[in-house]
Design a protein around this ligand. Structure first.
Ligand code: GAR
Length: 215
């Protein structure tokens, strides 16, 4: 089966992007990373991707009058590279329902919480403040409603007594780098089925892992 021509959309550092690029080097991986796009021209991830010989582009949202014009430009870039699958990896712009519906089933995102808990920003701060004992990350299909799409993979870590948002976030990020390639492998491999919010067909490999911090 041909590899999915995949674009990664980023806004910053790009550590998840790097984990996807690394995983996609495996010859049998079902996705090929052909483009890294950022809404911020200065995003460090763009330089890292370029250094790996991947096509990079910036579509600076600030120069567009509104979301529709920004997304029209994004679409143009995606079509020009014959993209058929998109991974959002720290892409911090909300996408319109029209963009999302065009890419339905071919657009996935990583979020730093165990959805449906802690949608939105500052997830680690909020988890600590709430006193939850388990936190983590989620890869999900993107739907029009923010952070609400069908879940492909999750990983859990324990919240430790002395955690700060930074220490907890760092442990979650380690897990993000594991589950995002796993989820892309599953989703690009075309074996998953989506029924409302339930994603099946992962044969158990997308279930949560609890980090070794629990003793
Ligand atoms: C990651 O923790 C990712 O889960 C989060 O931004 C970070 C990007 O880091 N995404 C969101 O919060 C999306 N709502 P990275 O640029 O090093 O991959």
């Amino acid at each position: 089966m041909s590899k999915r021509r995949t674009a990664i959309l980023i806004s910053g550092r790009g550590s998840n992007m790097a984990s996807l690029i690394e995983a996609a080097k495996e010859p049998s991986f079902p996705a090929e990373i052909v483009l890294v796009l950022s809404n911020k021209p200065e995003a460090p991830g763009l330089f890292a991707a370029k250094a790996q010989g991947i096509n990079v582009a910036a579509v600076d949202h600030k120069i567009y009058a509104g979301r529709a014009a920004f997304e029209a430009s994004l679409q143009k870039m995606l079509l020009a590279h014959r993209i058929d699958f998109i991974c959002l990896a720290g892409f911090m712009r909300l996408l319109t329902p029209s963009f999302v519906s065009h890419w339905e089933g071919r657009l996935i995102n990583i979020h730093p919480s165990l959805l449906p808990s802690y949608k939105g920003l500052d997830t680690h701060e909020r988890a600590i403040a709430d006193g939850v004992k388990i936190h983590g990350c989620t890869v999900h299909y993107v739907v029009a409603e923010m952070d609400a799409g069908p879940i492909i993979a999750q990983a859990a870590v324990s919240v430790l007594d002395d955690d700060t948002p930074a220490t907890l976030g760092a442990r979650v990020l380690e897990q993000e780098h594991i589950i995002y390639p796993l989820a892309l492998n599953l989703a690009a491999g075309r074996s998953l089925k989506i029924n409302n919010l339930r994603v099946t067909g992962a044969k158990g490999v997308a279930c949560a892992m609890v980090s070794p911090h629990i003793t």
